[in-house]
Design a protein around this ligand. Structure first.
Ligand code: G6P
Ligand code: MG
Length: 220
């Protein structure tokens, strides 16, 4: 019986996945590396420093920078990203999310955020949805990021539930792998190809329906 929902943030609750892409694209251009949306799929759900490493590798520059220089590049990206998120208001919830969160709350489902983003708490505050959630898994406390299951297992623990009593919602391939390895029912938002490993997938958050999700997950 499903009693909790564990949410990814960027690309599921709000469209910050787009801001991450724009900020990385701009940073990459400064150092002579081109990235496109197809490559960007690999960056979704992946921590800041791991994302930078993937970009440097993509541009054949994996040995071009010292650790200190890489920290500086990651900081530059984060500064640009933070400028984007300053403008976030409750109107920036993706379609269908407001209804989904409110219906889940009415049904007394537990809700936790499982995002790799260190900017998660600020975004949740700006969206004014923190009171609907039972907690945020602190990504800085994790031994391993997505696709490792740790973040979703920790999310279930925060609700005192087993992973089998929870549903995980994701837009990243690494995130779906993380949910699946946690033995949790995975709901994917995105293209059929990117979400092929999800237990249940929809193309847009507007297609997320709590009743359908619970029916599918409870049948599992
Ligand atoms: C999420 C996003 C990634 C991002 C990561 C770290 O998982 O999907 O694109 O790199 O968070 O975000 P941060 O805000 O800490 O740089
Ligand atoms: Mg995401």
């Amino acid at each position: 019986m499903i009693k909790g929902l564990i949410f990814d943030l960027d690309g599921v609750i709000t469209d910050t996945a787009e801001y991450h892409f724009l900020a990385w694209k701009s940073l990459a251009e400064k150092i002579g590396i081109e990235i496109d949306r197809e490559f960007n799929e690999q960056l979704k759900g992946i921590s800041r420093m791991e994302s930078l490493d993937l970009i440097l590798k993509h541009g054949g520059k994996e040995t071009a920078y010292t650790e200190a220089e890489k920290e500086e590049l990651a900081t530059q990206k984060n500064e640009e990203y933070k400028a984007y998120i300053k403008g976030i208001t409750p109107d920036d919830l993706l379609p269908g999310i407001d209804t989904l969160l409110k219906e889940a709350k009415e049904k007394n489902l537990g809700m936790v955020l499982a995002s790799a983003s260190k900017n998660g708490p600020e975004i949740m505050e700006r969206l004014e949805i923190m009171d609907l959630f039972d907690g945020i898994v602190d990504p800085a406390s994790l031994k391993a990021g997505k696709p490792d299951p740790e973040i979703f297992i920790r999310g279930a623990e925060m609700l005192n539930l087993s992973p089998q009593e929870c549903v995980g919602l994701e837009d990243a391939e690494a995130g779906i792998q993380s949910i699946n390895s946690a033995h949790m029912f995975s709901v994917g938002v995105g293209s059929r190809d990117a979400m092929k490993e999800a237990d249940y997938a929809v193309e847009s958050t507007a297609d997320l329906n709590l009743k359908t999700i619970l029916e599918k997950a409870n049948q599992n």
